[in-house]
Write a protein that binds this ligand. Structure first.
Ligand SMILES: [Zn+2]
Length: 207
């Protein structure tokens, strides 16, 4: 079984804080009436829908995308359901993670399609706990991994430690457990985020 846990990109899709300028703009360069081929154009923030953040997003002078696939995007992932409103140290520790794990937190965020201004997020203590465990990557079912924290400590702690951040996951259909993650960012170099298509594949019983 394969679950597509990516957001669908379309002109009216949910964007961070409902900011109109963040909506993707769909256009047509040429049609079969105006030219010999149909050619579409989409103009959008690289943080649209399901995407990977790179360090530059929150750290001045931080790293940017290159032509490689970050370690952990193809391999095992643990989905951990969280019922709390904040993913703090205690919540992280309850997920029983090991060094090198990739974890996706499934929260009430996955239940709604509109932008919830009080979305569940990873707070500073949660980020420090993830860093202490030594996870490879963290995914969340919100368009931001944190909110209401001046100076964005969660982004800075995780990205500064080389832990990847995947935002905008849709995990409603997925249950707790272990999966294979198949997630590929677009091969665009030198930028602070990249849209991805993320799939979760159920693992064979003997795996
Ligand atoms: Zn982002």
């Amino acid at each position: 079984m394969i679950y597509d846990v990516s957001m669908t990109i379309h002109p009216e899709m949910t964007v961070y804080k409902d900011i109109p300028a963040k909506k993707p703009v769909f256009d047509t360069l040429s049609t079969h009436h105006t030219g010999s081929a149909h050619e579409g154009v989409v103009t959008m923030s690289l943080h649209t829908g399901t995407h990977l953040d790179y360090p530059l997003h929150m750290i001045a002078g931080g790293g940017v995308s290159d032509d490689t696939i970050p370690d952990g995007l193809l391999g095992p992932v643990k989905v951990c359901t969280v019922t709390e409103d904040v993913i703090d140290r205690e919540v992280v520790e309850a997920c029983d993670l090991k060094p090198g794990d990739v974890v996706f937190f499934k929260t009430r965020n996955s239940e709604v399609d509109f932008f919830d201004f009080s979305f569940v997020y990873v707070d500073e203590s949660g980020a420090k706990a993830l860093q202490a465990i030594g996870v490879k990557g963290v995914g969340l079912d919100a368009l931001g991994i944190e909110r209401s924290q001046p100076d964005h400590p969660t982004h800075k702690i995780l990205l500064g430690a080389g832990i990847f951040i995947l935002e905008g996951l849709r995990l409603k259909a997925v249950r707790d457990g272990h999966y294979e993650l198949i997630c590929l960012p677009l091969k665009i170099v030198g930028v602070d985020a990249l849209p991805v298509r993320a799939l979760l594949k159920t693992r064979e019983p003997n795996n």
